[in-house]
Every structure is written in C-alpha cells, then in structure tokens.
Design a protein around this ligand. Sequence first.
Ligand code: EPZ
Length: 422
Amino acid sequence: MDKLLVHGKGSLKGSINISGSKNASLPILAATLLTDDASIVRRVPDVSDTNYMLQILRALGAQVERSSGTVRVEPGEILPEAPYDLVRKMRASICVMGPIMARVGRAKISLPGGCVIGDRPVDLHVKAMQGLGAKVVMEGGDIILSAPKGLIGAEIDMRGKYGPTVLGTDNLMMAAVLAKGTTVINSAASEPEVVDLADFLISMGARIKGAGTRCIIIEGVDELKGIEHTVIPDRIEAGTFMAAAAMVGEGVTLKRVRKEHLEAASGKLLECGHLVEFNESGTEVRIFPGETPQGCDISTAPYPGFPTDMQAQFTALLAITPGISVVEDTIFPQRFMHCSEMKRMGADIKVDGGRAVVHGVASLSAAPVMASDLRASAALVLAALAAEGTTEINRLYHIDRGYEHIDEKLLQLGGAVERVPA
Ligand code: EPZ
C-alpha cells in the first residue's frame, strides 16, 4: 500500500495529456460482451477500476489482452455469473448486468456493497431489467435475473430520487440493443460517457437515437459485431488538473480535452476570476490563476450541470479562495468526507446536510491525512499542493482507482510529490 508525500507551496507549469475516461471505459468494456466477436478499445486508462473490469470480463469467460492503453476483448460464449469477490471491489461492476442479460437471458450478479460516498442503491438497474420483462429475485446477496423468452422492448423511466442514473441508463441501453422491439428510455442520463457508450454500440450495429438527451430510443437488432473504438478524454481528470492549475499553477496546459465537456468546470473557474483559454479546436486548455480570485457557489447537477465527481476538488480550490462559498451536492449529499480531512489542514469548512459552507483561508498547512474515496483523495492532493509543508496522504489506492499515473503527471508539471511505500 503506497502513500503520497506532497511537498507544498510549489507551483505547476507546463503541459500534460489527459487520459481516456475511466467512466466511459468501464461500460464500454462491459459492452464488448454483447457480441462473441473481438473488439478493440483504445485509450483505456491504466487505473485499478479498469483492471477490475478486465478481471470480471475474464471471469465471465472472455479472452482479454491489454497492451498499454489498448484492450482487446474476445468474449466468445459468456458465463452468466459475476462473482462477489470481484463485484465487491467496484460498484461499476453492476454494468455487466445489461450485456449478460442481452446475451444469455439470465444473470447472477452480486449486490455491490456499501460505499463511502453515500447510499448507492441499484433499484433503478433492477427496474430497468424488469421493464424489459426479466424476472428478478434477491437471494443470498445476489441479484438473480431471468428472461427465458428473451428481453422485450418497453418504455421505461429511469429517474430516481436524485435525478437520472448514469450506469442504470447504460445498463438499460446495453440490454435493449438486443431486445425484441423498441425501448424508450425516459429521464435518461445524458452524460458524455453515456453518449460514448451509445457511439460504441451504434458502431457495433445497434440502432440508438437520442443519446445525450433525456429520451433515448432503441430499436432492438438480432446481433452486433466486434469493432474498434477510442474512448473520450476524461473530463473529471481534466477538471481536477484545471482546479490544481488555478490553485498553484503558473500556466498549465491540458492536452487531449474536449471543450464541450468542460463547460461547467471552466464556468466556475471563470466565475472565481481565473483565466481559462481553449485552443480553436477545443482540444487544449490553458489555465492561469487570477490575480484577485473570489469564492463562488457550486451545486452539483446531472450533465451539463456541475459534476458531483468534481465537487471535492473544487471544494479544495474554494478552501483557499477569499470569500464565502457554498458547495451543495444534490446527487450524493453525503459526499463530504474530504472536508474533515481538509479541516485538519486548516481549512474552514462547515458541512451540514448535503452542503458545505467554505470560508476561504489564506493558507493551509501540511498534516497526515487519509484518502476516503477517489475524488476525496484528489481533493487532498490539491489541498496538499497549496499547503505549507509536507503532507502525507495515506490509502493512495483510492486515487489509483481512477487517476492514471497522477504522481507522474504532477511531476511532469513540476509538482513536488513522492510515492513511497506506507
Ligand atoms: C456514475 O455512477 C459514476 N461512475 C460516478 O463516478 C458518478 O459519481 C455518478 O455516475 C454520478 O455522476 C461511473 O460512471 C463508473 P448514478 P453511477 O446511478 O452511475 C441514485 C467517480 O468518482 N441511484 O448516476 O453508479 C444514486 O444513489 C464515480 O468516478 C438510485 O437511487 O451513479 C445517486 O444519488 C463515483 N438508484 C444518483 O442516483 C439506482 O438504482 C445518481 O447515481 C442507481 C442510482
């Protein structure tokens, strides 16, 4: 188990490439199961979550080869059971449910366990499969599904208590592409990762309209074929480095981004008084810290709103931005674990019922802190870069789940970080 030593009060300068999106890669890798042909997926980030997904695909019987960012999956015949040992490691494993049901007509998926960012139910995933005609029983910690006559298209509303569900929409879309007839997904998630999955499925031969809107219409087809695909850039990794660049940058350029996916993050940086400049094609962004930054309020929302996955990192930014900022997470109201750790570094943050009131302080100071989940750990890294002294961040495996070589990228930008065995 590694820890990260961050020597603070340095600055970041220069350019890095943003990796392929973790959250687009995971469902796309699951979607390779929808045919027995081989598919090739490029720019899959080398993070532990994508490795877990590849282990699950292998456990389901697929042949998997990985060579840096390129993954080749040849599923052949697949097994219908996703084992608990693997599923418990990653909640996103649930997105093999749709492809297994589409291919085999029955599935046994362990119920994913608890999660530190909040209660993460799977009722909408189950509702989606039931909507397509599957029978579902819960038994011994497993979700057992069967559709002996195959899945049948239907009109299904995927809105939950906190808005649309991303992986639920993905699961339904993946199940519906091989179902009989037409499926209409109302209140669908419209995140870029859902659109990337739809693009992957369409290239495989699926008939999908409306991805990226709240209503997706799918005409089932008899079979799909293997294809090659390059995943979209990771907008959350980009947003994380944008926040870092505003906090401690002296001109940082991020390459391989998509401007249209970064409107919410750049909007907030501009509102705080920082400078954000995209190149003409929108594939590179350069960030300079503003001279007189000021706090702003953030409320997370489904895309194109401000992403919950960037909330922690922007809270770190606001912790050292003059003024009072209010940060609200409407998607995961309990996702504020990073605040208690940042308070140990001198941040002035009060968390109450899904909202954090942040009084920007002049400076933070180093302290040993504990990463609690992926984005919380990223927030701690940003806070540590801005802090006085050397911060020790433990439980680094959280950050390794979703940030490809973050220490190397920070080093490339001149950050003083060291990965050491704990
Ligand atoms: C995806 O998770 C992302 N994961 C998460 O990113 C992200 O935080 C989340 O979407 C929201 O944007 C991947 O893409 C792999 P949801 P997902 O279903 O799809 C509730 C990260 O840091 N809900 O869209 O599992 C749920 O509790 C990760 O990279 C139900 O009520 O999230 C939440 O309040 C963490 N019932 C809301 O919907 C359900 O059956 C949105 O969650 C499912 C979800």
